[in-house]
Design a protein around this ligand. Structure first.
Ligand SMILES: Nc1ncnc2c1ncn2[C@@H]1O[C@H](COP(=O)(O)OP(=O)(O)OP(=O)(O)O)[C@@H](O)[C@H]1O
Length: 302
């Protein structure tokens, strides 16, 4: 991760309501989060919590209903249709779980990677596509079509397609959802390399707890709101050295610390289990005390 200190995604009180016939579904209900340029972030949450909805908003595939969503300086609630088309083609790259959606089956791997460049009228497309294939370790598969590639190879090409127009932000929806764990590890390695070497900000939506343990920042969404965050405390270099016994390993397995989210209005969401543990869940009130640099939360009965 090479976080440059610039905000690339700023999301405040984001709301998305889907209307089907007479039914309204509140898919995002005031989501707040900020992602800095150069971060590699995983978004986790139960089925139906709003992960894909948020990724679709980030990708410009669907419009938010209300709130604020600014990506790379572009206000996604205000872009015109043609600005949104350009944004989808040039500012973000999208990798889907389903490769039939990522790759056009009757085109070769090389042609698939060239396609986004054709759509945005770039020159020197073939050279750039060949460079990307090399970066993905897929030069030897350039003339293969979808059905001639393994699941892992298809995902590499899908990432290559997403990188074709040099996006600042790469979005991936369950990229390891349909491959075995060894392939999933390799795909995650590619994301890490792209993040580190090209400095591209990456947001991955995943159910895969194994994958989310391997990234430095994890944002948990519950019921369309940010519920908590996990930050990795050790760098990969340190962790790798630890594994190889090169630096004193402390034997600690849990390298991610959980952070509760405080929104811009100062509202704090405390994990439900914590409230349960001190017997205040559903009570509506807690005792809060400030003591030097600590805030302590008690049950009012204590
Ligand atoms: N196009 C749509 N029309 C109506 N409701 C939708 C639409 N897309 C999503 N929803 C609803 O919005 C809520 C959030 O869905 P979303 O797909 O974002 O969740 P998710 O966390 O990605 O779930 P999963 O992990 O199962 O993919 C769900 O209740 C879902 O049924």
């Amino acid at each position: 991760m090479n976080n440059s200190g610039e905000e690339i995604i700023s999301c405040e009180n984001l709301v998305k309501i889907y209307k089907t016939n007479d039914i309204e579904v509140l898919a995002l209900q005031g989501l707040d989060l900020t992602i800095m340029e150069g971060e590699l972030t995983a978004i986790i949450g139960n089925s139906g919590s709003g992960k894909s909805t948020f990724l679709n908003m980030l990708g410009g595939l669907d419009r938010p209903t209300a709130g604020r969503l600014v990506v790379c300086g572009k206000d996604l609630l205000k872009l015109t249709e043609s600005q949104l088309e350009k944004y989808k083609l040039e500012t973000v790259g999208f990798v889907w779980q389903n490769n039939a959606r990522n790759l056009i089956p009757y085109l070769t791997a090389l042609e698939n990677i060239e396609l986004p460049m054709i759509l945005s009228k770039r020159s020197q497309r073939k050279d750039h596509a060949l460079e990307i294939l090399e970066l993905m370790g897929m030069s030897h598969r350039k003339n293969n079509k979808l059905h001639q590639l393994s699941g892992g190879e298809q995902q590499r090409i899908a990432i290559g397609i997403a990188l074709a127009n040099n996006p600042k932000l790469l979005l991936a929806d369950e990229p390891t959802g349909s491959v075995d764990s060894r392939t999933a590890d390799k795909i995650l390695d590619i994301f890490r390399e792209i993040n580190k070497n090209l400095g591209i900000t990456i947001v991955i939506v995943t159910h895969d707890r194994q994958l989310s343990r391997k990234v430095e920042r994890v944002i948990a969404i519950r019921d369309g709101r940010t519920s908590s965050e996990f930050i990795k405390m050790k760098s990969y270099t340190e962790e790798f050295a630890n594994l190889k016994g090169e630096i004193g390993g402390d034997g600690k397995r849990d390298e991610q610390v959980e952070l509760a989210v405080v929104d811009r209005a100062g509202r704090l969401q405390i994990p439900k289990e914590y409230l349960e543990a001190i017997g205040v869940l559903g009570k509506g009130k807690v005792r809060v005390e400030l003591e030097n640099d600590k805030i302590t939360i008690y049950s009012p009965e204590n």
